[in-house]
Ligand binder design. Structure first.
Ligand SMILES: Cc1cc2nc3c(=O)[nH]c(=O)nc-3n(C[C@H](O)[C@H](O)[C@H](O)COP(=O)(O)O)c2cc1C
Length: 167
């Protein structure tokens, strides 16, 4: 760990720079959701969502070890991923635990996975593999069912929330 940190410092790599450089990459915003041991839906905002493989159908997201969500993820369990529309900034902040919406956003069940009712698109998955990756975990998920409402516009995350404006 010590040598790794020393090496990073030599190259001028630190978490501020990593965040700044990563922040140059525009993403969408997703909500990953599971049913926790208490039987409640637990959602977490994630911009690290990535479509990985068509055959077999696999998707991925990255989550911080210390997030509550990390303690709920189990291989084989159902997990929903909802892609947000540009109207859903508040939903993103709710599941990032920055605000509390009242009433809270509504989930519906798809193949035992909770997904947001008004999502731009959703995946019902099962957790395929949990891969330790530094201070994060890569959650590789197998797609069981999916749907999209292509007529809606996605919420964009690039140095804050952005909307698509027609040129
Ligand atoms: C736009 C946005 C994107 C985020 N993306 C991620 C992500 O990809 N992975 C992650 O671990 N946290 C991400 N976060 C932070 C988590 O949503 C936040 O830490 C949340 O409170 C974790 O929830 P939990 O601890 O209740 O599971 C993001 C937050 C925002 C606002």
């Amino acid at each position: 760990m010590y040598f790794y940190q020393k090496n990073m410092e030599k190259q001028g790599i630190n978490s501020k720079k990593l965040r700044t450089v990563a922040g140059c990459f525009a993403t969408g915003v997703s909500i990953v959701s599971v049913v926790n041991p208490a039987g409640e839906v637990h959602g977490m905002t994630a911009s690290s969502f990535l479509s990985v493989s068509l055959d077999p159908p696999l998707v991925l997201f990255s989550l911080m070890n210390q997030n509550q969500m990390a303690s709920y993820l189990k291989v084989g369990d159902p997990l929903g991923i909802s892609i947000l529309t540009q109207e859903m900034e508040g939903v993103s902040n709710h599941f990032a635990k920055m605000v509390t919406l009242n009433p809270p956003p509504t989930f519906v069940e798809k193949e035992a996975a909770p997904v947001l009712e008004d999502a731009h698109a959703w995946y019902a998955t099962t957790v395929e593999k949990l891969i330790p990756a530094g201070d994060h975990i890569l959650a590789l998920c197998k797609v069981i069912d999916l749907a999209a409402s292509p007529e809606k516009n996605p919420l964009i995350y690039y140095q804050g929330y952005k909307k698509i404006t027609s040129s």
